[in-house]
Write a protein that binds this ligand. Structure first.
Ligand code: CTP
Length: 408
C-alpha cells in the first residue's frame, strides 16, 4: 500500500485537509497525518487520528525509540502539505526542523507537494515568493493558490485549491512514481509555460440560443492538471466547462470561438507549448439577434446563415509567436469508405501545420464525456505513437512525454 504523509500547517483551510485525507485513504493509501501545533488549533488531533486510523503527534518526542523524525519521511512515497502556510514554506525553504513535519520534510526522498493557502498579501510578499522559488528549484512542487474567497469576506489569490483537485495531482504523482521509482520528483515541465484550451465554444443566435458541440473539457482539464503536477506554469482557456478548476492552474473562461482565439493567442505569446484540446465551433451565425427570436404566427421557420470561424490551430501553427513553441492539435475523426481515420488525420496534420496531432476515433460518439480515452499521436515527420486505452490523466501524461521529446 503506498504510503503518504499528509502535512497540515496552521491555516483556516486545515479543515479542508480532512476531505483530502478521506480521499487518500479511500483510494487505498496508508496515510500518516503530521500536523503542526498551529494546525491543531484549527482541527484537533482526534479528528486526524480517527480519519487516518493512526496516532497523531506534532513533535519529535513521542515514540522516540522508533525515530519518527527520520522514519516517517524516509518511508513515504509522497509528502503532501495542505494547507502550506507562509511560515511552513519559509521553514521548508530554509531547512529548519523544529517539529515533526519540518523534520519529515528534511528526510523525505520522495516527491513533495505543497498546496499553499494564505492571504494574498502574504503570498505576494517577496519573502514568500523567494521561498517558493527556492523550493521549486530543489524539485518540490508548489502549486499556485487558487483565486477566490479567503478567510473572511475578502477574496483574492491565496485560496487552497479544491481538495478533489489536489487529490488528483497527488494520485498522478504516486502513479508516476510507481511507474518510475527512481525519479524522486519528475518535475520535467518545470519552468515551462503551457497553454491548454478545453471545452466546446458557443455561437449565439440570440441572447438565449446557441450552437455548440459535445466536448466535455475532461481531456483538456486532465492536460492542464497533469502539466501543473509536473511543474509547468499553465494557463487553461476553458470554453463552457463546468468542471472544478484544476489545482495550480490559471483558468481563463470564454464562451465563443472569437473569445477563445483572443485568449489563446494572448497567452501563447511567451508559451513553450500550446495544446488545442478545445472544440471550437467551426461556424457561427452570420448575425446574432440582440432580442430573442420569436416564433412566427404563420408557422414559417427562420433560416440561419452561417459563416466560418477562424481556425486558431492553423493560425498559431502558421504564425508562431516564437521559434521553439510546440503546437499540438486534436482531431476527432471518423473513417468512411473514402479514407481511414488515420488517413484523414494525416491530412489534417499537414493542413493545420501543427507539430503533433492527437487523434481520437469518435465513430459512434465515443470519447465525449467518458473518463477513459485512447489516441494515436502523429508527428510532422510521419511518426505515429499509440496511447492505449487509459484514464484521460494517463493519456495526458503520455502527450506531455511526446511534447518533451520535441523540446529535446
Ligand atoms: N480548431 C481550431 N479552431 C477551429 C476549429 C478547430 O483551433 N476553428 C482546432 C481544435 O482545437 C483541434 C483541431 O483544430 O485541435 C482539430 O479540429 P477539428 O474540428 O477536428 O478539425 P476541423 O478543421 O474542424 O476539420 P473537420 O473538417 O474535420 O471538422
Amino acid at each position: 500500500m503506498p504510503s503518504v504523509v499528509l502535512g497540515v500547517s496552521g491555516g483556516i483551510a486545515a479543515y479542508k485537509a480532512c476531505e483530502l485525507l478521506r480521499g487518500l485513504t479511500e483510494s487505498g493509501h496508508d496515510v500518516t497525518v503530521v500536523p503542526t501545533a498551529a494546525a491543531l488549533e484549527f482541527v484537533g488531533a482526534p479528528t486526524w487520528a480517527a480519519l487516518s486510523g493512526k496516532p497523531v503527534t506534532t513533535e519529535v518526542w513521542s515514540s522516540v525509540h522508533e525515530v519518527p523524525h527520520v522514519r516517517i519521511g524516509e518511508h513515504a512515497d509522497l509528502v503532501l502539505v495542505a494547507p502550506a502556510t507562509a511560515d511552513l514554506l519559509a521553514k521548508a525553504a530554509h531547512g529548519l526542523a523544529d517539529d515533526l513535519l519540518t523534520n519529515t520534510l528534511l528526510t523525505a526522498r520522495c516527491p513533495v507537494l505543497f498546496a499553499p493557502a494564505m492571504h494574498t498579501e502574504m503570498w505576494e510578499h517577496p519573502a514568500t515568493q523567494a521561498n517558493v522559488a527556492t523550493l521549486r528549484e530543489r524539485g518540490a512542487i508548489v502549486l499556485e493558490p487558487a483565486v477566490g474567497r479567503l478567510t473572511g469576506a475578502d477574496s483574492g489569490k491565496g485560496r487552497l485549491p479544491e481538495p478533489s483537485e489536489i487529490l488528483h495531482i497527488a494520485l498522478d504523482l504516486l502513479a508516476r512514481r510507481l511507474h518510475n521509482p527512481d525519479a524522486t520528483t519528475a518535475q520535467d515541465l518545470a519552468g515551462r509555460r503551457i497553454v491548454v484550451s478545453a471545452g466546446g465554444t458557443r455561437e449565439y443566435l440570440d441572447p438565449v440560443r446557441f450552437l455548440s458541440n459535445r466536448s466535455s473539457g475532461l481531456q483538456g482539464y486532465a492536460l492542464a492538471r497533469t502539466a501543473a503536477g509536473r511543474g509547468a506554469q499553465v494557463t487553461l482557456v476553458a470554453a463552457n466547462v463546468t468542471l472544478p478548476d484544476p489545482a495550480g492552474v490559471n483558468v481563463v473562461r470564454v464562451e465563443t470561438t472569437a473569445q477563445l482565439r483572443e485568449a489563446v493567442l494572448a497567452a501563447s505569446a511567451d508559451a513553450d507549448a500550446v495544446v488545442m484540446a478545445a472544440a471550437p465551433a467551426d461556424f457561427r451565425p452570420l448575425t446574432t439577434s440582440t432580442a430573442k427570436i420569436k416564433k412566427a404566427d404563420d408557422g414559417t421557420t427562420p433560416s440561419i446563415e452561417l459563416t466560418q470561424n477562424p481556425d486558431i490551430l492553423a493560425e498559431l501553427s502558421g504564425n508562431r509567436p516564437n521559434d521553439d513553441i510546440v503546437v499540438v492539435g486534436f482531431a476527432a475523426e471518423t473513417g468512411d469508405e473514402a479514407a481511414t481515420v488515420l488517413q484523414y488525420a494525416q491530412a489534417k496534420l499537414a493542413k493545420k501545420g501543427c507539430d503533433l496531432l492527437v487523434v481520437n476515433d469518435v465513430s459512434g460518439g465515443r470519447v465525449f464525456g467518458e473518463s477513459d480515452n485512447e489516441a494515436i499521436v502523429l508527428d510532422a515527420n510521419g511518426g505515429a505513437v499509440g496511447i492505449p486505452r487509459a484514464s484521460k490523466s494517463a493519456v495526458a501524461q503520455a502527450i506531455w512525454d511526446r511534447v518533451l521529446t520535441l523540446w529535446s
